[in-house]
Design a protein around this ligand. Structure first.
Ligand SMILES: Cc1cc2nc3c(=O)[nH]c(=O)nc-3n(C[C@H](O)[C@H](O)[C@H](O)COP(=O)(O)OP(=O)(O)OC[C@H]3O[C@@H](n4cnc5c(N)ncnc54)[C@H](O)[C@@H]3O)c2cc1C
Ligand SMILES: Cc1cc2nc3c(=O)[nH]c(=O)nc-3n(C[C@H](O)[C@H](O)[C@H](O)COP(=O)(O)O)c2cc1C
Length: 465
């Protein structure tokens, strides 16, 4: 080979490499930067479980009669996009303890940084903020409050004072009226086929009652709580519900309407669906909540005790976009405690029914090995699927036991190499205790860059309550 040949090969290789870099750059830019024309009103939502997104779409549908509107998730919004828009409407929920939903984390950080510089960067912009929250949480609509303040600090003009809605009391429902028909949720009758108790906690369990608190579910537990129930519900097909099966995916939630006495407003409770459509039945795993006065919780009491087999409840399936994992080839870490096994079961079933799905590593925490060995029972018939790489179980009330986040940290090196650069994480169960602990564990296991990439690249799915 002559010198000229070598030179030519080098030039062609460099050219190809630069072309590849350029392709990657533009692909990345397209994914992360939402392009708008200055004329349109941007409706931006940050939603964890889909309610704020629905309100954003309803608002956009109502506005589109008068003006050009676009709806966009905050996850794909860059701060500099707002420099080319004149009007923006934010519809945001609050998650964690007054924090943004996962889709709002990056934008919120960028906004906070920019607003601390006190510039008039957004003085051309007019805006509205609708906050969605629940007054049961101390930091009611905190993310909406912070967003409103930070946008104002950059010189933008508020078109109206901050609106806050308590979704726990159904204050958001009137805003859903202008949602297109196909995005509204007609309810259906879901008939209880069977119900089994998955654990064997007895009321006289001395060991259980000595324990002051238990973070396997994340909330202080009532020792008299008989525990966890598995339910199978059958959808009534007589009322055009055939398509229901096509609409539901692992990660989605069943929104159960609770029958109320007299004129009381309708209340609902969410339950992560534990099955996939191929199984036909909607399966749930419900923790029975016993309050201090001995009364059962409204939703869990209905599902675990007062609803007789063969009777039905009105419910609808709600999309839970942040919990849906489309890539089925990458490694998947499924983490749960207690009733969170529902989400793990659905995600596992999705992969187990595919050929050559990527590997799944399950981390599960419960209270007592003698009474709570619910893992294999619940995961049946997928508990021995080829896609399972490993199951790591930990019991909080066993000598030398602990919580699921501890198990993660103990196996940090293996967890890190299992996840690699493409692995996904799905966490299901209570936010308090378990969800928070797992988040801290992941932060300590992964370097900051890898942890941030997990959230930014949509590989961190938190189905927490
Ligand atoms: C997206 C999502 C998915 C969910 N998935 C599931 C699931 O798969 N399985 C599941 O079991 N739950 C799930 N939940 C929780 C579920 O929606 C209900 O919140 C839960 O069943 C309690 O509701 P309830 O109506 O029975 O209790 P309520 O009647 O609403 O009573 C709750 C109240 O009881 C009090 N309380 C709470 N804990 C205790 C305690 N240990 N002792 C005494 N008092 C207490 C508190 O004041 C609380 O406000 C999910 C929630 C969300 C948001
Ligand atoms: C784990 C969790 C934490 C929450 N934390 C708060 C909070 O700190 N403040 C608040 O006002 N609402 C809080 N909420 C209530 C939600 O904001 C409320 O349910 C809202 O309707 C959810 O909207 P979304 O479906 O768009 O995410 C929390 C809800 C969950 C499940």
């Amino acid at each position: 080979m002559t010198e000229t040949h070598r030179l030519l090969i080098a030039i062609v290789s460099i050219g190809l490499y630069m072309l590849w870099v350029a392709v990657l750059f533009f692909k990345h830019r397209k994914k992360n930067n939402y392009a708008v024309s200055g004329e349109e009103t941007l409706v931006v939502y940050a939603s964890q479980t889909g309610t704020a997104e629905k309100i954003a779409r309803a608002k956009a549908a109502a506005l589109s009669q008068q003006e050009q509107t676009s709806v966009v998730s905050m996850a794909s919004l860059k701060l500099n996009t707002l420099s080319s828009v004149s009007k923006v409407i934010f519809v945001v929920s609050t998650y964690g303890e007054g924090e943004p939903p996962d889709a709002g984390r990056t934008f919120s950080k960028a906004l906070k940084k920019a607003s601390s510089n006190q510039s008039d960067y957004l003085s051309h912009l007019s805006f509205e903020v609708v906050g969605l929250g629940d007054k049961q949480y101390a930091a009611f609509c905190q993310f909406a409050v912070t967003l409103f303040d930070n946008i104002s600090a950059l010189g933008a003009r508020a078109l109206s004072p901050l609106t806050t809605l308590d979704s726990g009391k159904g204050e958001h429902l009137s805003l859903l009226g202008s949602l297109p028909q196909d995005e509204q949720h007609p309810t259906h009758a879901f008939t209880l086929k069977n119900r089994v108790q998955l654990n064997e906690i007895s009321l006289a369990s001395g060991e259980a009652s000595k324990e002051p608190s238990d973070h396997s579910e994340g909330k202080p537990s009532n020792p008299a709580s008989p525990g966890l129930f598995g339910l199978s519900l059958n959808v009534d097909h007589s009322n055009h519900t055939q398509e229901l099966h096509e609409q539901w995916e692992a990660g989605d939630v069943l929104e159960v309407l609770i029958p109320q006495q007299g004129q009381s407003p309708i209340v609902s409770r969410s339950y992560t669906i534990a099955s996939v459509p191929q199984e036909h039945d909607v399966k749930l795993v419900v923790r029975q909540l016993v309050k201090d006065n001995g009364q059962l919780g409204l939703g869990s009491g209905l599902l675990t005790r007062s609803l007789p087999v063969s009777q039905s409840v009105q419910a609808y399936i709600r999309k839970n976009t942040s919990a849906i994992i489309t890539n089925t080839q990458c490694p998947l870490l499924l983490i749960a405690a207690g009733s969170g096994i529902a989400g793990v079961r659905a995600q596992l079933a999705k992969r187990a029914l595919l050929e050559n799905a990527g590997p799944v590593w399950i981390f599960f925490g419960e209270r007592h090995p003698m009474q709570d060995d619910v893992l294999d029972k619940t995961l049946s018939p997928f508990q021995n699927s080829d896609c399972i790489f490993k199951k790591s179980v930990i019991f909080s009330r066993q000598k030398g036991g602990g919580y699921v986040q501890q198990r993660l940290v103990e196996q940090r090196d293996e967890v890190k190499s299992f996840l690699g650069d493409t692995g996904q994480v799905y966490v299901c169960g209570h936010f308090e205790g378990m969800g928070q602990g797992v988040d801290m564990a992941l932060q300590s296991i992964l370097e900051a860059q890898a942890y941030n990439a997990l959230a930014d690249e949509g590989r961190y799915h938190r189905d927490l309550y």
